[in-house]
Design a binder for this molecule. Structure first.
Ligand SMILES: Nc1nc2c(ncn2[C@@H]2O[C@H](COP(=O)(O)OP(=O)(O)O)[C@@H](O)[C@H]2O)c(=O)[nH]1
Ligand SMILES: [Mg+2]
Length: 392
């Protein structure tokens, strides 16, 4: 019996071991760690795309890792090609179409009103309103209307050609056909001429500086640019780009540095390199009138230690109307402005601002900006302007 019991005991033990082994083999893996239910994820409205973004990233990773890593090419040093800009002569004629596009509604409106058979008070009011709307200014408008009334009375019936002639004459009188609009850029012996560019931010100072440099270089002059707008590094970079394109040296200083010392260095460089013209671009922060006066006054004084400032060009944005005029007045009070550059004439029908700004500041418009292109700056020609306004 003992033998039986022993055999049974052995069988039981073996069976138990076998069952235990089977259990260990069949039980799910990771049984030792308590199963963690994944937290329930509800899609958040608007974030349904999130999972697919992850997938896309994985795909990207898969595809981008496939090709063998490419060694980045050695950066090629390509010297910027220096452009040869066209000369300044005849530019306004070339840009006439652009002028006609922006200003002809004013001209057409005036011609149409003046061609009416009966010119009653209402019509004269309309003529006056048309001129005021075009920023001609109240006093010049009244002067023009008065003159036109007298002349029309003398004429009696009017042919279209006569109306056009009358209007042209009046506009030219108001614009000042014989004002001296020459830009003073002749060097003085060993010393270059110096042009200081001033005006409110965003009016187009840096652009005008760059365009003017191009046009002078196109006329065969050698130019150095001074980036005296040290307020933003971007301003100096912007000027550098203009200079690089036409091969004009750009003198710049540290960001936040003293604008006067940059102006001084630019003039010194101009003398050293025997250039014809140094153009100094400035910052146009209208913080306070005294602040502005101090800054521009210092820039001018410092330049005058080495040369003479031949032109102070005030840049005015034609699209800003009366607001721009107010700001222009402040500049004219702190520096002796010698000429006005009216920019963005391509973007406004209010070309009458030429008349009001000259009258207000007592300074001629010498240059006009007619677009963002590098050669869209022209010496102002009143005849071409009025012809573009009135059409042929
Ligand atoms: N349409 C047009 N845009 C101009 C003209 N002159 C300048 N601009 C634009 O006016 C903006 C401001 O010019 P910028 O020279 O930087 O002004 P700054 O702050 O006075 O130096 C730029 O986008 C220029 O391209 C112009 O005659 N016509
Ligand atoms: Mg600027």
């Amino acid at each position: 019996m003992d033998g039986y019991l022993g055999i049974i005991a052995i069988i039981v033990v073996v069976a138990l071991l076998a069952a235990g082994g089977m259990f260990l083999l069949l039980r799910p893996r990771g049984k030792s760690a308590p199963p963690v239910e994944p937290p329930e994820v509800r899609p958040v409205p608007g974030e349904e795309q999130a999972p697919s973004v992850g997938v896309a990233e994985d795909d990207d990773a898969a595809t981008t890792t496939l090709p063998p890593p490419v060694k980045p090419a050695e950066p090629m040093v390509v010297p910027p090609a220096v452009e040869i800009p066209p000369p300044s002569a005849g530019r306004m004629v070339r840009l006439r179409a652009r002028l006609a596009r922006s200003q002809s509604t004013l001209g057409k409106g005036l011609l149409e009103l003046l061609s009416r058979d009966r010119l009653d008070d209402d019509t004269w009011d309309e003529i006056e309103e048309t001129l005021i709307t075009a920023d001609v200014g109240v006093a010049p408008t009244q002067a023009m209307v008065e003159e036109l009334r007298t002349k029309v009375k003398v004429l009696g019936s009017r042919t279209p050609a006569e109306v056009r002639g009358l209007l042209k004459e009046q506009l030219l009188t108001q614009i000042g056909a014989d004002l001296d609009r020459t830009l003073h850029v002749k060097p003085h012996g060993e010393r270059p001429a110096v042009v200081l560019v001033v005006g409110v931010n965003g009016t187009g100072k840096t652009t005008t500086t760059g365009k003017l440099a191009r046009s002078l270089i196109g006329d065969g002059k050698k130019v150095v640019l001074g980036a005296a707008d040290t307020f933003r590094a971007a301003a100096a970079d912007q000027l550098q780009t203009w200079g690089d394109r036409v091969g004009a040296e750009v003198v710049r200083g540290p960001e936040g540095g003293d604008p006067a010392s940059v102006a001084f260095d630019a003039v010194a460089k101009g003398i050293e390199d025997k250039v014809d013209v140094v153009i100094v671009d400035t910052a146009g922060r209208l913080h306070t009138k005294t602040g502005l006066m101090d800054e521009l006054g210092k820039v001018k004084r410092v330049i005058e230690k080495k040369a003479t400032v031949d032109e102070v060009l005030l840049v005015l944005d034609a699209t800003t109307g009366q607001n721009g005029m107010r700001q222009a007045r402040v500049f004219a009070e702190v520096v002796d402005v010698t000429g006005i550059t009216l920019t963005k004439l391509d973007g406004t029908a209010k070309g009458g601002i030429i008349i009001s700004v000259q009258r207000e500041l007592g300074v001629p418009v010498k240059l006009v900006g007619l677009g963002e292109g590098p050669d869209d700056l022209a010496p102002f020609d009143p005849e071409v302007f009025v012809d573009a306004l009135l059409g042929d």
